[in-house]
Design a binder for this molecule. Structure first.
Ligand code: EVA
Length: 604
């Protein structure tokens, strides 16, 4: 049976202990931690916080740029009262891969740095005592990792990563680790799908448990009042006079699942779920049958000091800023985010395009420049593709199993800017898209974010999409500076070419934008100034407003973020509408004015 992806929550039966805090930490400079037996205890007494990226704590550049194995250690006390339960160590993420050892025994290895996994430790646990937990992580990039890149060794013997993507390769135990005690017979999976008839909702549900005892599901409203009940591992719950989950006007029911034997509760688990439908109809998005227009951002999990680490304060601030500016959506570019972000999006009524970490599938160290060059790298012709695809399929599966019940998740983005110019991409795409369709009972629309090389003339894969997502930089990477006066015409020409192909689906701009250094003003404008950015955004506004099929604008990026160093980046990517410290730049006021005045059903 597949590992449970349910969020760890305590209940009448389940127990959860957060293991966040200072853990021992060391870098394996020579790659011989295994040989030296570090699984039984790591050397030194260095400590760093968990969760966080390790990269930005230190003043030593070799540590920030470290590529290889890194080790963590802590002690976990497991209460004797839990002897009859299953005990899991649940990692919400370990970037990009790693192995967990408990009391010197290897428990589990996991590939992929943005989705959860659990190490079941029943067999090795010492009850009512401290248990030694050692984690070996690794942050190297390759042609089979998601995200993709390469790892090279410098003449000095030091290793470094060369990402095929434009964000810093932060690593470590970046999300919470929890000790979870579960009953031996437990609920491992729960799935809902919603159907609306007038004012009544029919919630079709399925549960997977590890035993044979009966399952019940109870539903409560936000006031805590009982609404409905169903019995059986699968069934339909009728909710008359349903209070629907709407964009920026959320409503969450509490679903309480129990496995029972007579009056005894064997397992209990609950989830807050918004009831809504979402579909593509022609070139429109329909939420609960009504047209909706997406306004918002491509984002990153990225902030000072903790890097890509889970930071509830930053999450809260980001949602407050998104509300202030009048946004209603975002894309989890370029990887699945922390689960708590989707929980907040559910609560705040944001629409989320949920992305797998399939980024860098275009062999380039400056992909943002090469993306507009017409260049093909025949990425899907390499002999590493079968292993890459296996990892990709695993991550699609884990993503959908983790996020499928979130009302906020309206679509799956299955790649960011892959190389689609060669026919060799199509069988790969066919399998990834088919798998997502098969796994998601809600059949959410699927897409991928296309770079300019994926043009109407050359793209071999757009036909797999239920709606098209464009990352476009007319006026920045091409036709920038004084040439920007030609950008609008080129942009419209491309839109017309897509429509001429007979494509009838919504178009969303998942990226557009230009770098702006905070505080840089210049008349007449120059690239990087606030004035230039405004002229650029006006072009996009005119184009967006004149094509009926364009049903969403998600500017790149919500905030300035860290990248590798280089001549194309000024200590990071500065396309943020907010600074990395989450204060508004000049363009923020432009968007606030536009988005607050666009109706939710704009062009509906
Ligand atoms: C950029 N362009 O150049 C962005 C990247 C992003 O940060 C892209 O999808 O096409 C990428 O990751 O600013």
């Amino acid at each position: 049976m597949k590992q449970s992806m349910l969020y760890p929550r305590a209940s009448a039966v389940r127990r959860v202990v957060d293991l966040g805090g200072m853990w021992k930490f060391c870098l394996d400079w020579d790659g011989n931690g295994d040989a030296l037996g570090w699984k039984d205890g790591i050397p030194g007494d260095e400590r760093i916080p968990v969760p966080a990226s390790f990269n930005d704590f230190y003043t030593d550049k070799d540590i920030r740029e470290f590529a290889g194995d890194f080790w963590y250690e802590t002690e976990v006390f497991v209460p004797g009262e839990w002897k009859d339960m299953h005990i899991d160590l649940r990692f919400a993420a370990l970037t990009h891969r790693g192995t967990v050892y408990v009391n010197g025994q290897e428990i589990i290895s996991h590939e992929g740095g943005f989705l959860p996994f659990s190490a079941r430790i029943d067999e090795v646990v010492k009850w009512n005592e401290k248990n030694l937990v050692v984690v070996k992580g690794n942050n190297e990039l390759s042609f089979t990792s998601l995200p993709a890149g390469i790892t090279q060794t410098l003449k000095t013997g030091k290793k470094m990563v060369r990402p095929f993507f434009d964000f810093f390769n932060y690593a470590g135990i970046q999300r919470p680790v929890k000790l979870v005690a579960l009953p031996k017979e437990s609920i491992v999976d729960f799935t809902v799908n919603h159907r609306l008839e007038g004012t009544t909702a029919y919630v079709e549900y399925q549960t997977v448990t590890t035993g044979e005892h009966p399952v019940t599901v109870e539903v409560y409203d936000e006031a805590g009042s009982f609404v409905a009940k169903a019995e059986g591992a699968a069934g339909t719950i009728e909710i008359p006079q349903v209070h629907l989950w709407e964009v920026r006007n959320a409503y969450l029911y509490r679903f309480v699942l129990r496995i029972t034997e007579g009056d005894a509760v064997i397992d209990e688990y609950e989830e807050e779920i918004g009831i809504r439908t979402f579909e593509v109809q022609g070139n429109r998005f329909l939420l609960n049958g009504h047209p909706v227009y997406l306004k918002g951002f491509g984002k990153h999990e990225d902030s000072d000091i903790v890097g890509r680490g889970y930071h509830p304060g930053v999450i809260k601030r980001d949602f407050e800023l998104m509300k202030w500016i009048g946004a209603n959506s975002f894309r989890t570019s370029h990887y699945p985010y922390s689960e708590e972000i989707y929980q907040m999006a559910d609560r705040e009524g944001f629409l989320v395009i949920d992305e797998v970490p399939a980024v860098g599938f275009f062999e380039s160290l400056v992909n943002f420049v090469d993306a507009v060059s017409g260049k093909s790298t025949n990425f899907f012709e390499r002999d590493t593709v079968p292993e890459l695809k296996k990892n990709h399929l695993d991550m699609v599966e884990d993503l959908i199993r983790r996020d499928k019940n979130h009302a906020c998740v309206i679509a799956w983005s299955l790649f960011n800017e892959p190389d689609t110019m060669s026919e060799s991409a199509t069988p790969y795409f066919a399998d990834i898209f088919a798998r997502a369709q098969e796994l998601d009972v809600q059949k959410r629309p699927r897409t991928f974010a296309m770079e300019l090389n994926s043009s109407p003339e050359k793209c071999t894969c757009y036909q797999f999409c239920d709606f098209l997502c464009f990352n476009r930089y007319y006026g920045w990477y091409l036709l920038g500076g004084y040439e920007m006066q030609d950008a609008e015409e080129a942009f419209r020409k491309e839109m017309d070419a897509w429509l001429a192909k007979g494509v009838d689906c919504p178009f969303v701009f998942t990226e557009y934008g230009c770098d702006n250094l905070q505080g840089e003003y210049k008349l007449p404008s120059v690239q990087w100034s606030a004035e230039y950015e405004l002229e650029y955004l006006k072009i996009y506004e005119r184009v967006f407003d004149s094509y009926d099929c364009i049903k969403g604008e998600q500017v790149w990026n919500f905030a300035d973020f860290q990248t590798v160093e280089g001549i194309m980046r000024v200590n990071g990517n500065k396309k943020g509408i907010f600074t990395r410290q989450r204060q508004p730049k000049a363009a923020a006021y432009y968007f606030k004015n536009r988005w607050e005045n666009l109706p939710v059903d704009y062009k509906g």
